[in-house]
Design a protein around this ligand. Structure first.
Ligand code: LFR
Length: 473
């Protein structure tokens, strides 16, 4: 019976359940279920409707099992990845104390100062290597009224717990809490003590590639899946899975994982925690196989999707991008990185205000967003190369933004580097390939290089050269 893998991949605006197959050339994916996601005002705060998300996951797994059955295939394992930093607090019996807060909620606005009074940011950075983002878990916990009540499970770990009954904290995502020691890869116990966070708040760590557990009987019954189906810890931070599947064939590559956010940087083997790195607000997030993602969170397609939400159905992405492409280069730009764009709502007006320009058409707003993103990518990649001492010969754009041809070309122009765009489903591919490796279908000792070679075997990519008019060479 052919063995297949189910990937649950949930982003800030939508989720998918995907069946992954390993062919002779490489992995192929089949999206079996898509569902919307988004922050919602629940009980006076911006939260995720976890109950609805879990229902969609079960529905997706049921559909995946039906499709596998129809083809005479067997789902051997499931992997779960989502966005980072957010968590649900559960009581001892596993019930959620409330729907999990979204990192876009304003509750952390005031607390960073109180955290830094207890532990100065310089010391936090020396320990965790994590960039300052107002919503990092460490600040969210400071805004939490009662931590004695239960345990904190990061969103993918919470899904894994509901599927298996096992409580663990997957390491790639744990690195986004601000509470992991970047040198040892373990939780930094003394940070917990100084901040008054119980050391037992998070369950023990698990490395990507290990087995979390098998399905609870009730879940197996509900989905029709074999109770022996494993849940494998994958790079449960979506960006970790996406970067694992960057189809790079050479060492000197940079990546832009482009979705709601743009995660812009290089892959290293050791964290960099110098004063310069801290001042430039570069992060050292953990990747699959102990790699370090040295990157910055830059603005992303959130700016664009929030504008489209505001404009409603009569403005389509395709049309507005075509009109934006026809506009001349060198128009007004904004600081696409600014915290001022984190909250939802009223985005076109906020962009016009930041640009200090009329931006009369929707296309002008879109062109401003894309020019600004390309500018910030170029600046960030130049800094990444300088701070890490690693030259960059090619930029890989993966995720949703890899389909935005205007953004890809503007990025090539602004950086003066070739851009390889795709695959769009890098996150799900990274998720599936870590499962396939755990199962032996890829070779149990396959390296990240071999994982990337497998992606190249089947990935759809396009190449963009810097246009002469803008090239810096
Ligand atoms: C991307 C991402 C980023 C993280 C942000 C918030 O989806 O996971 O890596 O900084 O969302 O969790």
């Amino acid at each position: 019976m052919t063995q297949v893998y189910a990937a649950v991949d949930i982003g800030a605006s939508s989720g998918r359940v995907i069946l992954g197959r390993m062919g002779a050339d490489g992995p192929t994916l089949d999206v079996v279920h898509r569902f919307p996601n988004g922050v919602q005002e629940i009980d006076g705060a911006l939260r995720w409707d976890f109950t609805a998300l879990f229902d969609e996951v079960l529905r997706g797994l049921t559909l995946a099992r039906e499709q596998a059955d129809a083809k005479g295939e067997r789902i051997v394992s499931i992997g779960v990845d989502t966005w980072a930093v957010d968590y649900g607090l559960v009581y001892d019996d596993g019930a959620l104390t409330s729907q999990p807060h979204s990192y876009r909620d304003s509750r952390t606005a005031e607390v960073a100062g109180t955290v830094h009074e207890k532990v100065p940011f310089e010391r936090l950075y020396e320990t965790s290597g994590l960039q300052f983002l107002p919503f990092n878990t460490i600040y969210q916990l400071a805004a939490e009224p009662n931590l004695e009540n239960g345990q904190s499970l990061l969103i993918p770990d919470l899904l894994g717990f509901r599927l298996t009954g096992e409580r663990r904290t997957e390491v790639t995502n744990a690195s986004t809490t601000g509470l992991l020691d970047a040198s040892t890869g373990n939780f930094a116990g003394e940070l917990f003590d100084t901040l008054g966070i119980p050391r037992t708040l998070f369950p023990p760590l698990i490395e990507a590639g290990n087995t979390l557990g098998t399905l609870l009987p009730a879940i197996a019954d509900h989905t029709g899946l074999d109770p022996a189906t494993k849940v494998i810890a994958v790079g449960s931070h979506d960006t970790a899975s996406a970067v694992a599947a960057v189809p790079a064939g050479q060492d000197n590559f940079a990546y832009i994982s482009s979705g709601t956010w743009s995660l812009v940087g290089v892959e290293l083997h050791e964290p960099i925690r110098t004063g310069e790195s801290r001042a430039a607000n570069f992060t050292n997030e953990r990747g699959v196989d102990g790699t370090i993602r040295y990157l910055r969170n830059c603005g992303g397609l959130w700016l664009l999707s929030e504008c489209l939400r505001e404009w409603g159905a009569e403005v389509t992405l395709e049309d507005v991008l075509a009109d934006a492409a026809a506009l001349p280069a060198g128009g007004p730009t904004i600081d696409a990185d600014s915290d001022a764009f984190i909250a939802p709502g009223n985005m076109p007006a906020r962009i016009r205000e930041a640009a200090g320009a009329a931006l009369e058409s929707e296309a002008a707003v879109v062109r401003c967003i894309l020019d600004s993103l390309a500018q910030v990518y170029a600046r960030t990649l130049a800094q990444a190369a300088e701070l890490s001492g690693r030259p960059i010969d090619v930029v890989h754009i993966v995720g949703g933004g890899s389909q935005n041809r205007l953004l890809c070309q503007l990025t090539a122009d602004a950086t003066g580097l070739p851009v390889v765009a795709g695959p769009v489903e890098a996150t799900a591919l990274g998720n599936v390939l870590v499962q396939a490796r755990a199962d032996g279908a890829l070779g149990k000792n396959a390296t990240l290089k071999e994982i990337r070679a497998a992606v190249r075997g089947t990935a759809q990519t396009s190449r963009y050269e810097p246009s002469k008019a803008f090239s810096t060479t």
